[in-house]
Design a protein. Structure first.
Length: 96
């Protein structure tokens, strides 16, 4: 069982560049051990629903500690009986 979640999260009260804060979020994702892929406008994570949602919650809490306003979008795709879809979905359309 696998859920793919593509999400973006960043503070909107930290000026024009938020790369320092996004780096903190990517560190949380990396430490989770889940499959992920960083893109220019968001990050895709793959794994069991509860684990993916736990990682997103940790990302939120990481930014919440010193942000007064956070922007967050989440898109998800669940498919029973599959895994490795971060790579296979991109390959299926000739993107890799």
């Amino acid at each position: 069982m696998s859920v793919l979640v593509d999400f973006s999260i960043f503070p909107v009260d930290k000026g024009g560049s938020v790369s320092t804060y996004v780096s903190r979020v990517v560190h949380v994702i990396r430490e989770s051990g889940l499959a992920y892929q960083v893109g220019p406008m968001g990050t895709c994570i793959e794994g069991p629903w509860s684990e993916v949602m736990t990682v997103i919650d940790r990302c939120f809490k990481t930014l919440e500690a010193d942000s007064d306003r956070i922007y967050l979008t989440i898109k998800g795709d669940f498919r029973r009986g599959t895994s490795g879809r971060i790579e296979s979905k991109v390959k299926a359309v000739g993107g890799v």
